[in-house]
Design a protein around this ligand. Structure first.
Ligand code: SAM
Length: 354
C-alpha cells in the first residue's frame, strides 16, 4: 500500500482556526479597549500589558495576533503602535468601524475570549483538567480512558499527515529515538520505517499508550514495505515526563509538546530532555513557530489563540525555543525546516562529547 499523497492540508487548519482572530480582535476593541490605549501614542509592550491588566501569556497571544492582522505594528524603538488600518478601530477616528465591530461584541465566543484574556484562562478551572496536559496529582483528561482516546484520535490524522515528512527530515540513525508525549506514536513508527536498525520509545500517559498500541497494530498491517519489522522495535513507556526518569536516547523528538505548556514548564522540560540525551544526542522540536519579531504569521497567531483556549500554553518563536535550549546546555542549530500545515522543525545538539 503506498504512503498517502496529498496536498499541504494547511488551508483546512487555517480556516478552522480563523475564528480565533475574530474573537481576539473584537474582544481587544470592545472588552479590553486595547485600541483606545494605543490611540494616544505608542507604548512599550510591557506598559501596554500592565495597562490592560494582562499576564504574560495572554499578552503574548494577543499582541502578536493584532500585529499579524496588520492592526498594530512595532515602531523603530520596539513600542507597539496602531497602524493606519488599526486607527479606524478607535472612537475618535473618522471613519471608525468600532461600532460596526460592536455588532458582534456579545457573541459567546468573544465574551469568553475576553474572560480568558483577562484571567489567563477560565475563571473557574475545569474539574476534569486541561486537554493534552497531565501535571501533578490533579485530574487529567489524558488519564481518563474515554477522553484520552478521543483526544488522542483527534490528533491521529494530523500525525499521519506529518509523520512521514518529519521522519525523512530527522537524522538517519541506527540508535534510539525517544518520542516524548508521543500520542499516537506515528512519528516513531514512520521514523523506524526509514531507519530499519533503530529502536524507539513512545513515552506518554498509560491511557494514551493503549490507543497508540492499537494504532501500531494497524500500521503494521498496512502492507507498506518494511512495516512488519516495526512492531518489535517499539517500546511503550508510561510515565510523567515532568517527574519520571526518561530513558537515555540518541534522538529525542518533542512534537506538538512545548506549545501545551507555560514558559517556565517549557524551560523545565528543555532541561529534562537535554539530560536524557546521549553524548552525541540531538533534541528535535516539531511545532508551529511565531516569527522571532513576535508579529505573525497569522496562521500561527490563530493557532496560538487556539492553544491558549484549550491548553496551558501558546505558540512560541524559534528564538524563545533556542533560548531555553541554550539554558539547558544544548547547542541549537540555526537551521529550520518547514514540514506542512504551518509546522516546522528546529533542533539542538548535546554539547557534551561524553
Ligand atoms: C498535543 S499532544 C501531542 C502528541 C504527539 N506528539 C503528536 O504530535 O501528535 C500532547 C501529548 O502530551 C501528553 N502528555 C501531557 N502531559 C504529559 C505528562 N506529564 N507526561 C507524559 N505525557 C504527557 C498527552 O497525553 C498527549 O498525548
Amino acid at each position: 500500500m503506498p504512503i498517502f499523497t496529498h496536498p499541504d492540508l494547511a488551508p483546512i487548519t487555517r480556516h478552522a482556526r480563523a475564528m480565533y482572530s475574530s474573537r481576539l480582535l473584537i474582544a481587544a476593541v470592545h472588552h479590553l479597549h486595547a485600541f483606545e490605549q494605543l490611540a494616544a501614542g505608542p507604548l512599550a509592550p510591557s506598559d501596554l500589558q500592565a495597562r490592560l491588566g494582562l499576564r504574560e501569556r495572554p499578552a503574548m497571544v494577543l499582541f502578536p495576533a493584532l500585529c499579524a492582522m496588520e492592526m498594530w505594528a512595532y515602531d523603530a524603538s520596539g513600542k507597539l503602535q496602531l497602524t493606519a488600518l488599526g486607527q479606524h478601530l478607535t472612537q475618535k477616528a473618522r471613519p471608525t468601524l468600532t461600532e460596526y465591530l460592536g455588532l458582534e461584541k456579545n457573541d459567546a465566543g468573544v465574551i469568553e475570549m475576553a474572560e480568558w484574556l483577562l484571567n489567563d484562562g477560565p475563571q473557574l478551572s475545569g474539574v476534569s483538567g486541561t486537554a493534552y496536559v497531565k501535571e501533578g496529582t490533579g485530574p487529567s483528561p489524558m488519564d481518563e480512558p474515554t477522553t484520552a482516546r478521543a483526544l488522542t484520535l483527534a490528533l491521529a490524522g494530523r500525525a499521519e499527515c506529518l509523520a512521514p515528512i518529519v521522519a525523512n527530515k530527522l537524522p538517519k540513525h541506527n540508535g534510539h529515538l525517544l518520542d516524548v508525549a508521543g500520542g499516537t506514536g506515528y512519528f516513531s513508527y514512520e521514523w523506524l520505517l526509514v531507519n530499519p536498525q533503530a529502536t524507539a520509545t513512545v513515552f506518554d500517559r498509560p491511557a494514551v499508550l493503549a490507543v497508540a498500541a492499537e494504532l501500531l497494530e494497524k500500521f503494521c498491517q498496512s502492507g507498506r514495505p518494511g512495516v512488519a519489522g516495526v512492531r518489535e522495535r517499539v517500546k511503550f513507556q508510561p510515565g510523567d515526563m515532568l517527574t519520571d526518569p526518561l530513558p537515555s536516547t540518541d534522538i529525542l523528538l518533542a512534537a506538538s509538546l512545548f506549545h501545551d505548556w507555560p514558559t517556565y514548564t517549557c524551560q523545565q522540560l528543555a532541561r529534562r530532555f537535554a539530560a536524557a540525551l546521549r553524548p552525541e544526542g540531538e533534541l528535535w522540536i516539531h511545532d508551529a513557530f511565531l516569527n522571532d519579531e513576535l508579529d505573525g504569521p497569522l496562521a500561527v497567531t490563530d493557532y496560538s489563540a487556539q492553544l491558549f483556549w484549550v491548553t496551558k500554553g501558546r505558540a512560541y518563536s524559534r528564538r524563545e525555543y533556542r533560548g531555553w535550549l541554550r539554558e539547558a546546555g544544548l547547542i541549537p542549530s540555526m537551521e529550520s525546516f518547514a514540514t506542512q500545515m504551518d509546522y516546522g522543525l528546529i533542533w539542538a545538539k548535546n554539547s557534551s562529547k561524553g
